[in-house]
Design a protein around this ligand. Structure first.
Ligand SMILES: *Cc1c(COP(=O)(O)O)cnc(C)c1O
Length: 394
């Protein structure tokens, strides 16, 4: 059922077998999944998709699971693409869409990547899984590991919101809090992993999470009737969604599902942690670690990303952009979008709207362009961000 041929290093291009449990290439860089797209094209017509289940596994020929019985699913993906008409008319925009990822299992789009990663890790023989996480990835790993009957070991910064910690514990994971940031959590996973027998499912340190995130791009194309928008705003941490969508666009073009036109891709980060924005502005091929990272948007608190070079390539190749917005702007825009569209966004999701306002003001996006924003998680996981606000103001 799957048309995977092999894995290929994103940097040195060395090929690897897809029958083994692997993390990185020997050169230390991420591995990507390659398909026989000619065979995939013959096996799957895009017109046949309408008969498939309303989950991201509707694209199973473009995903790596070898048998349907292997799939660990909680109904992730195929989320609504909502036309934000009131917000659009307020800002003079013609066509604005919000892809609402808050309706995924565990209330964030991390579900997509971890459904595929846990599916493949179990099929290839892993017994214990470990992850460093700023919060939402840990919750998703806990959920899919429980469903798969595997043990999840999650490592989160000590100041990770209670919602994330409690969720992981309720879903049966072993939670360890680490003094420091996600990068410090990653060090603990590496140090203890081989002794403990953990398989590391960190962002881009195994090949399959990105395949799950790739379905964001497949869904956008299907939901827009096989064309793509002109601009996509993506709240960027490790960058799997950005890299995954771009991979999906290439695969769809090779299968004749879409043409060669691409959206301009815009990375949105927090002013308190914006390594990709800085590297983009300085025209660097890689991003230096951001020191003293601090933002309420936990999903964006990623000071260093192993896939930085791929993200920067995509931003440049698409003639896109990179924008840093403040926590105050995000929190304000949660209310603005919420009151106009009835969507309770996460700070990361709202950041995409703050960034859109900036690019409209600077003329980098014009009001008649079709724009897609991503609400990557539910605001309900971020109630702690609203504490201290006066209850009866205004
Ligand atoms: C992880 C996360 C992001 C960033 O996603 P990447 O694919 O790591 O760039 C954005 N928003 C939320 C809510 C997240 O949990």
């Amino acid at each position: 059922m799957s048309f995977v041929t092999h894995l290929e290093c994103s940097s040195c291009r060395k090929t690897h077998s897809n029958q083994e449990l692997l993390n990185l290439c020997e050169c230390g860089m991420p591995l990507l999944v390659k398909y026989d797209l000619g065979r995939t094209q013959r096996a799957l017509r895009r017109e046949a998709l309408c008969l498939r289940s309303a989950s991201m596994w509707r694209y199973q020929e473009l995903l790596p699971a070898r048998n349907a019985e292997d799939i660990i699913s909680l109904g992730e993906g195929f989320t609504p693409l909502i036309r934000a008409k009131r917000l659009a008319s307020r800002f003079g925009l013609k066509k604005l869409w919000i892809k609402d990822e808050s309706v995924n299992p565990t209330s964030s789009f991390k579900a997509r990547g971890l459904s595929v990663a846990v599916t493949m890790a179990r099929a290839l023989g892993a017994k214990k899984l470990a992850i460093p996480s700023a919060g939402n990835a840990a919750g998703a790993l806990a959920a899919y590991s429980a469903k798969a009957g595997l043990k999840a070991h999650v490592f989160m910064p000590r100041d990770t919101p209670a919602a994330n910690r409690i969720e992981c514990e309720a879903l049966g994971a072993k939670v360890t809090l680490v003094a420091g940031l996600i990068t410090d959590c990653a060090k603990v996973v590496v140090e203890r992993g081989s002794v403990e027998g953990w398989f590391d499912v960190s962002t881009l340190k195994e090949p399959y999470r990105i395949e799950g995130k790739k379905t964001l791009g497949l869904e956008l194309a299907e939901q827009l009737n096989w064309r793509l928008p002109e601009v996509i705003f993506y709240p960027t941490g490790g960058g799997t969604g950005l890299i995954g969508m771009w991979k999906a666009f290439d695969e769809m073009e090779q299968m004749g599902w879409i043409d060669s036109r691409r959206p301009r891709m815009v990375t949105v980060q927090a002013a308190g942690c914006a390594p990709i924005v800085r590297a983009f502005e300085q025209n660097q091929p890689r991003a230096e670690e951001w020191l003293g990272a601090s933002t309420l948007a936990a999903g964006l608190r990623v000071p260093r990303a192993i896939g930085d070079f791929m993200m920067l390539d995509i931003l440049r190749e698409s003639r896109g952009s990179a924008v840093a917005v403040t926590d105050e702007e995000m929190m304000e825009d949660i209310r603005l979008v919420g009151g106009s569209e009835g969507l309770f966004m996460s700070p990361e999701g709202a950041a995409t709207f703050s960034a859109l306002k900036r690019l409209l003001a600077s003329g980098l996006v014009s009001p008649d362009e079709e724009v897609v924003l991503f609400n990557t998680a539910s605001g309900l996981k971020y109630l702690h961000c609203f504490k201290g606000r006066k209850q009866d103001e205004g």
